[in-house]
Design a protein. Structure first.
Ligand SMILES: *Cc1c(COP(=O)(O)O)cnc(C)c1O
Length: 374
């Protein structure tokens, strides 16, 4: 069940109920525009990852600026995107289990649907379901380029699986996915570049091997916010999948640019708005945003505008903040903006985006694809 929105259109940000997920629309729109500009004039297709925002409203804005469609990580996300009007969706992940596969195949009758495989038996199951539904699944062989998550090894193992896919009625072999997830948050710019150069090398060789068999391999897809410029310039990748750039988070802000300074290509546009609910000591404030409002897998949030304050401890509904000199004047009921450590799982905890411009609520967007991902 969806909760009631924490604000009304036209409200001042001071009147937004908390904890609330706030999107600063100016920064958000700049991030979308910056991404579109950075790929302008290149042949690289932008397929942003919607696991970050989980909202067909945001997907529509990305597509309006040139994205070819979106990536999803789960069938539930794909269903929400198609229902929201997105016509081209890649599930950049493996889909396993009869019920999920049937849902995916059914969805492929309504939109162009892509999926990744790293197992021949799974490819057979997908093909069977696609035939049963009279649908075609654009199928990508996922190659492990170094992340040690999903994916077959580059070279012959990927070529062998591509052969199976190409021969299976119901599937269309669309190409390769090589997403280097663990390279995204490597801090040093040069190290990220080297990691992607190696990945592109492996994918280029694999693609050549597949084409030697007479099987076309039109798409090589991958990349996240931390590395997409390297994939885009590699000459091997044809499509990039950045997600976090729309919002940015505290973890991504620690990545360094080519000059060794923190990369500032994209701005923080996502905040959790919290209220000071207790002020038990001069140097301590307790906020109403804890584990139910923020994800902590990449560390605690930063307190916007207060570099000397530290979010030290989270409980279900409480966030304990140690205040520096700058925060001592905070009073009960005051509002504080938090920059999440990790945007995607933070978004997943909320039902609504509160879109704000100039301190006023301008939009309320349902986070339609949130949830555990069934
Ligand atoms: C998460 C993910 C992305 C997007 O990465 P960001 O770091 O959020 O930009 C792209 N592709 C795949 C397969 C992913 O899992």
């Amino acid at each position: 069940m969806v909760s009631r929105p924490p604000a009304r259109i036209g409200d001042s940000i001071e009147d937004v109920d908390t904890p609330a997920l706030v999107v600063e629309l100016d920064a958000f729109e700049e991030n979308l525009a910056h991404m579109a500009r950075s790929l302008e004039g290149s042949a690289i297709r932008l397929r942003p990852h919607s696991k970050t925002h989980k909202s067909p409203m945001v997907a529509a804005k990305q597509i309006a600026l040139g994205a070819v469609g979106v990536c999803c990580q789960t069938v539930a996300e794909a269903e929400a995107m198609v229902m929201g009007g997105v016509r081209d969706v890649l599930v950049s992940n493996e889909v396993v289990g009869e019920r999920k596969i049937a849902r995916l195949a059914a969805l492929a009758r309504q939109a162009r649907l892509g999926v990744c495989v790293d197992d021949a038996g799974n490819a057979e199951a997908l093909a069977g379901a696609a035939r049963a539904f009279g649908a075609t699944l654009e199928t990508y062989v996922e190659v492990d380029v170094g992340s040690r998550r999903c994916g077959v090894d580059p070279g012959a193992p990927a070529r062998d699986l591509a052969r199976r896919v190409a021969a299976a009625p119901g599937l269309r072999f669309a190409g390769l996915q090589g997403y280097f997830g663990s390279a995204q948050h490597v801090r040093a710019h040069a190290e990220r570049r080297v990691a992607i150069a190696e990945a592109a090398g492996k994918l280029g060789e694999t693609k050549a091997l597949i084409e030697k068999d007479g099987i076309a391999c039109p798409v090589v897809t991958g990349a996240g916010t931390g590395t997409y410029r390297f994939e885009a310039a590699s000459g091997v990748y044809t499509e990039v999948q950045p997600g976090s750039y729309v919002f940015m988070d505290r973890d991504y802000a620690r990545n360094l640019g080519p000059d060794g300074a923190p990369a500032r290509d994209f701005r923080h546009s996502l905040f959790v708005l919290a209220t000071v609910m207790s002020r038990p000591a001069t140097d301590r404030a307790v906020l109403d945003a804890g584990l139910k409002a923020l994800a902590f897998d990449s560390g605690p949030p930063a307190i916007d505008g207060q570099a000397d304050a530290e979010y030290v401890r989270a409980a279900d509904e409480h966030g304990v903040v140690r205040l520096g000199e700058g925060g001592r004047q905070l009073r009960l009921g005051d509002k504080v903006r938090l920059i999440p450590g990790h945007c995607d799982p933070t978004v997943n905890l909320h039902d609504w985006y509160v879109g704000v411009r100039g301190g006023r609520v301008e939009a309320l967007w349902l986070i339609a694809a949130r949830g555990a991902g069934t």
